[in-house]
Design a protein around this ligand. Structure first.
Ligand code: V47
Ligand code: SF4
Length: 365
C-alpha cells in the first residue's frame, strides 16, 4: 500500500481503512498529507474557516475522578480548589458582556457559553439545572453548550434518572448542545491507565448516542500525545466514525494535544507540531462523516492552529476569554483572542473567516 494509492482514494472521495490511517500516521511526507487533508476539507466546507465569539466557564475544579492526566482537578479542601455559585457565573458572563457593550452597543458580545467542570462531590442535579435555567434567563440570546458525557453520566447517577431523562431535563432547562470532552482514548487498555475512575469508552459512546437521539448535537474529542499508540488513536476514530454513521449527531471532532505540566503521567512531554498537524490531517481524512475538524487554538497554540487550517481543520473555536484546564497543565498559548486576531490568523492562512453560531450557521457581526 502506498501514499499514491491513498491519494487516489481521497481524490475519488472513498473511505479510508484503518491500515491506510496507520500508513498516514507513520508516513513522513507531511506536505502530501496536508494537501490531501486540505482537499478533503475544501470538499466539505469550501475555503471557509469558522470561528465563534464564546466564553468558557469551568464552574468547579472539585472532582471525584482525579484522572492522571488532569492538572485542573482538586479534592475538597486541597489548595487551589474552587466552586462558583450561580451568581458568580452569571456575574462573570454579564461583566464581560457589559465591558464589550460599551464599545459595540448594538452587537451581542458572544453567542456561545461553553461550560465544563469537575464532578463535584456535593452538588445535586438541581444545581446544574438551575445553572442552565438562570444563565438562559440572564442571557437569552446566548446558546448554551454544556457538560461532557462524563458529567451527564454523573448527573444520571446522582439524580436517579435515566440518561435519557437526564438529557431531556437539561434540554428543557436550556441546554442546546454538548462539548466533546471526556472521550480521552476510548479503548480500555489506555483508558484504564490514564483515567481509571472515569466512565468507560463504551458508556461515553452510549451517552452521546442518547444525546443525539433526543436532538442534542455534540462534539467529540481525542486526547493524544500521552501513553497511546497510533493504533489506539485509529481505534478511537473508528468508534466515532461508526457512531456517527448511525446518528449523524456529531458536529465537530477536536483532537486535544496533551499538556504534561503538573500531571501524574510520568515522562510526559508536550506534543510536537508535526504530530499535531498529522493528527488533524488524519482525522480529517478518516472521519469522512464529520462535518467539521476543530483546531482548538488554546491547546495547539495560535501558530500551529493557524497552520492546521492548511492541514484539514476548518474551525479555530473562539474568543474563549477564560480557560483553566489547559492553563493548569502548562498551556503555551495566550488567555483569549479577539475577533480581529482570529480573523487575522484565518486570512493569513488564505482561508475565508466565517463567524458561526453553535450550529455552524454563519452570523453577521
Ligand atoms: O475532557 C484535561 C482535556 C477536556 C488535559 O467540544 C486535557 O467544543 C490536554 O473537551 N492536556 C475538556 N487536555 C476540554 C474539552 C473541549 C475544549 C474545547 C472545545 C470543546 C468542544 C471541548 O480537556 C477533557 C480532557 O480531555 N484535558 N487535562 C491536559 N493535561
Ligand atoms: Fe475530573 Fe474531567 Fe479532570 Fe478527569 S479530566 S479529573 S473527570 S475534571
Amino acid at each position: 500500500m502506498s501514499l499514491k494509492r491513498i491519494e487516489k482514494k481521497v481524490l475519488a472521495g472513498k473511505r479510508l481503512t484503518q491500515e491506510e490511517a496507520l500508513l498516514l500516521f507513520e508516513n513522513d511526507d507531511i506536505f502530501t498529507l496536508g494537501r490531501l487533508a486540505n482537499h478533503a476539507a475544501v470538499m466539505k466546507n469550501g475555503s471557509n474557516a469558522y470561528y465563534i465569539r464564546n466564553h468558557h466557564i469551568n464552574p468547579t475544579n472539585l472532582c471525584i475522578n482525579r484522572c492522571t492526566f488532569c492538572a485542573f482537578s482538586r479534592s475538597k479542601g486541597e489548595k487551589g480548589a474552587y466552586e462558583l455559585t450561580i451568581d458568580e457565573i452569571i456575574n462573570k458572563l454579564k461583566k464581560w458582556e457589559g465591558s464589550k457593550k460599551r464599545h459595540m452597543p448594538s452587537t451581542p458580545s458572544f453567542s456561545e457559553v461553553h461550560i465544563v467542570g469537575g464532578l463535584h462531590p456535593g452538588w445535586g442535579f438541581d444545581y446544574y439545572l438551575d445553572m442552565i435555567r438562570r444563565i438562559k434567563k440572564a442571557l437569552p440570546a446566548v446558546h448554551i453548550k454544556a457538560f461532557t458525557a462524563v458529567e451527564i453520566d454523573h448527573f444520571s447517577k446522582i439524580s436517579g434518572l435515566s440518561l435519557r431523562e437526564t438529557l431531556i431535563a437539561l434540554k428543557e432547562a436550556g441546554l442546546e448542545s454538548m462539548p466533546g470532552g471526556g472521550a480521552e482514548i476510548l479503548g480500555s487498555r489506555v483508558r484504564n491507565k490514564i483515567c481509571p475512575e472515569k466512565i468507560s469508552g463504551r458508556r461515553w459512546l452510549k451517552v452521546m448516542e442518547i444525546a443525539h437521539g433526543v436532538g442534542i448535537r455534540t462534539n467529540a474529542t481525542m486526547l493524544y500525545g500521552h501513553l497511546e499508540t497510533y493504533r489506539d488513536r485509529i481505534d478511537h476514530l473508528t468508534k466515532l466514525r461508526e457512531l456517527q454513521e448511525r446518528t449523524g449527531g456529531f458536529q465537530a471532532f477536536i483532537p486535544l494535544a496533551f499538556h504534561p505540566m503538573n500531571t501524574k503521567i510520568k515522562k510526559a512531554r508536550y506534543t510536537s507540531g508535526i504530530d499535531d498537524l498529522t493528527t488533524i490531517a488524519v482525522s480529517r481524512l478518516f472521519l469522512d462523516n464529520f462535518p467539521h475538524i476543530k483546531a482548538y487554538w488554546v491547546m495547539l497554540g495560535e501558530k500551529v492552529a493557524q497552520l492546521a487550517l492548511l492541514f484539514g481543520a476548518d474551525d479555530l473555536d473562539g474568543t474563549i476569554m477564560e480557560e483553566k484546564i489547559t492553563r493548569s497543565a502548562g498551556a503555551l498559548s495566550g488567555h483569549a483572542m479577539t475577533r480581529e486576531q482570529l480573523i487575522n490568523l484565518i486570512e493569513k492562512a488564505g482561508k475565508v473567516p466565517v463567524e458561526r453560531d453553535i450550529f455552524y450557521n454563519p452570523v453577521s457581526p
